[in-house]
Design a protein around this ligand. Sequence first.
Ligand code: VGL
Ligand code: ZN
Length: 226
Amino acid sequence: MSEIFVKAYLGSKGIKNREMKALILVDIQNDFCPGGALEVKDGDAVVKVANDIMDEFDLVIATQDWHPANHGSFAANHPWKLLGQVIDLNGLQQILWPIHCVQGSFGAEFKQELDSDKIDKVFQKGTDVGIDSYSGFFDNGRKKSTGLSEYLKLKEVKQVYIMGLAADYCVKFTALDAVEEGFGTYLIADGTRGVNIQENDTETAFEEMEKAGVSIIYSSSIIENN
Ligand code: VGL
Ligand code: ZN
């Protein structure tokens, strides 16, 4: 069969000859939004961006920070340690956070205004007491996979578009791992906000991602191109 014939045939069936694209929504949860336990300034602004672009993707993935109450990243679980202090947690440097995204709690739920019906699959992370997990792909020691990379490869996804919370932690590490896993990786700049423990952390995170090969784009270009 000639290539032209195959293309025409697939075209007539509405099957487009193009690469699979996935949107990865990182941790759009109550605790990372204003009023939440680990609130990110203006964090709820990403919800509209997500809702506006979800239909443009073949696959919509969400990650969910999902900690047991005794998680080692919570300052409250380390007597006399303070928020923001860095400790050694099983051989890895760990910043101590407020109690957040506890499994089954309101804070761990996706922000209510997010069109979560359109999410095809959720990957939970940070479930092991002894290790934190910023990336949606691997824990911070890169020992265990969440299954996200295997899933995307099974679905023949070639490009991933990443947005959500927080820019300087989970979004950044998800994007860096996406590049390493061989995906064409895009960061949606208007779809993310940072914790900014230091004032410039989000800016620095953007620079780090760009250096690693992440393309930084705006959501408007996704809607225009379709
Ligand atoms: C996150 C700190 C701790 C994030 C999760 O989603 O960026 N940050 N846990
Ligand atoms: Zn967390």
